[in-house]
Design a protein around this ligand. Structure first.
Ligand SMILES: NC(=O)c1ccc[n+]([C@@H]2O[C@H](COP(=O)([O-])OP(=O)(O)OC[C@H]3O[C@@H](n4cnc5c(N)ncnc54)[C@H](OP(=O)(O)O)[C@@H]3O)[C@@H](O)[C@H]2O)c1
Length: 300
């Protein structure tokens, strides 16, 4: 057993963090929280405007923001991203990787195109795995590092009309869990955070589709605090929704569904009956809106 085993990073100050999906939403909250702790945050996303804004905020809050405009759905080009980081920072010395970028496309399953499926799996799962594969060797060399994956409760129990997203998050959780075990004798930690739907903004806000029975919604500030807590205390899996009570109700709900799956499914379907019929009558328009959004997002 290594003598460095289980030594937490503890101090975020001065650490270099790669954060995907930093331009807005939860990523921007995580970036601000890291900035308050004086980290250098290498922010990755496609929107130059979003990157400039968050880097200014990081610098104002006491950290150092470096923005890199990169489309991580092009998984085979991720080595170019690593090269760009080396060019911009003069080295490739990364202490913490936060795989946060994620997208959703809501569809009845048979309405997904192969392109939809590949896009969601590429951004949410393959990019996180590939970036981690490229970042890990230097963490192992210096016997220090932490990889944090922003998963979702949808990865614990699938969300209606969000089957590909749910699959991507379930894959992320299982991969992270396996990697964590493989790295148990090193000082490189692996964690995942499972937020519930976020309150005011971001992914789930533009749909009426419910996930499963919910104990509470999440607050992006709390997800960002959970990320820092995970780094500082080597948190393994953090369920972030609401407060102590709702978090534990959610965990009990999952345990109940594991133990008695038929009852769990029946309860979820009956709770979602209204959403099921409302969403299915609107699904064509939703599909079209999402398609438009995708076309505008995919520029190269
Ligand atoms: N919001 C929720 O209710 C919720 C609940 C549970 C888990 N989560 C998870 O939390 C994470 C963040 O979600 P969010 O709600 O903050 O979403 P968001 O507001 O839509 O932000 C997504 C971020 O990912 C970036 N991104 C998307 N596609 C990208 C690509 N191809 N290349 C590079 N960057 C890309 C976006 O930047 P650009 O558009 O500038 O590229 C943006 O910064 C996701 O992994 C999501 O699954 C969210």
């Amino acid at each position: 057993m290594s003598d460095t085993q289980f030594r937490p990073i503890n101090n975020i100050e001065g650490k270099t963090v790669i954060l995907t999906g930093a331009s807005r939403g939860i990523g921007a909250f995580i970036a601000r929280e890291l900035a308050k702790k004086q980290a250098t945050v290498i922010c990755i996303s496609r929107s130059q405007e979003g990157l400039d804004k968050i880097c200014d905020e990081i610098n104002d809050l006491g950290g150092k923001g470096i923005g890199i405009n990169f489309n991580i759905s092009k998984v085979e080009r991720i080595p170019e991203l690593v090269y760009e980081i080396k060019q911009l920072t003069g080295s490739f010395d990364v202490d913490i990787l936060i795989n946060n970028a994620g997208i959703e496309i809501y569809r009845a399953f048979h309405h997904y195109s192969l392109k939809d499926i590949q896009l969601v799996l590429s951004v949410n799962l393959l990019a996180a795995i590939e970036l981690s594969r490229l970042v890990l060797p230097q963490m192992l060399d210096k016997a220090d590092g932490h990889i944090i994956n922003i998963a979702s409760l949808a990865g614990k129990k699938g969300s209606l009309y969000d089957s590909i997203y749910s699959a991507s998050k379930a894959g992320l959780i299982t991969w992270a869990d396996t990697l964590k075990k493989e790295l148990a004798n090193t000082n490189v930690k692996v964690s995942h955070i499972c937020p519930e739907s976020i309150s005011e903004q971001a992914l789930f806000a533009d749909t009426e589709a419910s996930t499963t029975l919910r104990a509470a919604i999440s607050i992006p500030e709390k997800v960002a605090i959970a990320v820092c807590h995970s780094i500082e205390n080597n948190g393994v899996e953090i369920v972030e929704n609401g407060n102590f009570l709702t978090r534990n109700i959610t965990k009990l709900k999952f345990a109940f569904e594991e133990y008695l799956p038929k009852f769990g499914d029946a309860a979820n379907v009956s709770m979602n009956t209204n959403q099921l019929s409302r969403f299915s009558t609107k699904s064509k328009n939703k599909d079209q809106n999402n398609q438009d959004k995708l076309v505008t997002n995919e520029t190269d």
